[in-house]
Design a protein around this ligand. Structure first.
Ligand SMILES: CC(C)(COP(=O)(O)OP(=O)(O)OC[C@H]1O[C@@H](n2cnc3c(N)ncnc32)[C@H](O)[C@@H]1OP(=O)(O)O)[C@@H](O)C(=O)NCCC(=O)NCCS
Length: 189
């Protein structure tokens, strides 16, 4: 098995929309994802696994660059592939891509009840900075998280260390590769 973190291409759209339905219940449609692919202010990444000439997209993450902030708009791993470190791996790629863009802060909203995502974000330097009451259609509140370390050398070193620590065990069970893309060209995966 081979696992790859790469930018989304137009030929991925159908698979990405299917994954969006499974992970987020249908957040964005094909037109929405097409806009992200073409926007210079978006990094839209997928995790793709492949084996025996068949490939499958199992994770998706997106950020919008707004002024000096990275707004993390999506992060999802297909349920059968969760709990393998892949969500963390993908989020680290997003944060490093944000750092490469010169952004200083990352922010996102997460459901108050989403303890799994909260634990992940807090373990990567995000802190709760506020709340949007009844933010979601079902009236659940959103927590607003911020991470302000995107240009902090110690933080970036920690991200790269964690990325490597995750990659090494993955390499024992799969051939792990990170696609070269302008946002992290030259960096070892
Ligand atoms: C949040 C999500 C992306 C995590 O992906 P994942 O690949 O399962 O996560 P990882 O295996 O990389 O785990 C990362 C951290 O998340 C937390 N976590 C993951 N699964 C957990 C579980 N079942 N229980 C408690 N914590 C959990 C842990 O802090 C974990 O770190 P650890 O392994 O050091 O303990 C995934 O659960 C998901 O896609 N959920 C649905 C969509 C969603 O809620 N997205 C976030 C919206 S803001």
């Amino acid at each position: 098995m081979h696992i790859l973190c790469r930018s989304v291409t137009p030929s991925d759209l159908a698979d990405v929309v299917d994954l969006d339905h499974r992970c987020f219940g249908g957040l964005w449609n094909a037109d929405g994802y097409r806009r992200e692919i073409t926007s210079p202010n978006s990094d839209l990444l997928v995790l793709e696994i492949s084996a025996q000439e068949r490939s499958q997209i199992v994770g998706i993450g997106c950020l919008w660059a707004i002024l000096d902030e990275a707004h993390i708009t999506l992060l999802g791993i297909d349920a059968p592939y969760q709990r393998r470190g892949w969500g963390r791996w993908l989020l680290i790629h997003l944060l490093l891509a944000a750092g490469d863009r010169g952004l200083t802060h990352a922010t996102l909203e997460v459901r108050q009840s989403n303890q799994i995502a909260l634990a992940l974000y807090e373990s990567l330097g995000f802190r709760v900075a506020g709340e949007r009451r009844r933010y979601y259609a079902d009236d659940e509140s959103a927590l607003i998280l911020w991470c302000s370390h995107l240009q902090d050398p110690a933080f970036l070193t920690e991200l790269r260390t964690q990325q490597q620590q995750l990659t090494d065990p993955l390499r024992q069970t799969a051939n792990v590769a990170t696609a070269q893309s302008p946002s992290w060209a030259g960096r070892p995966s």
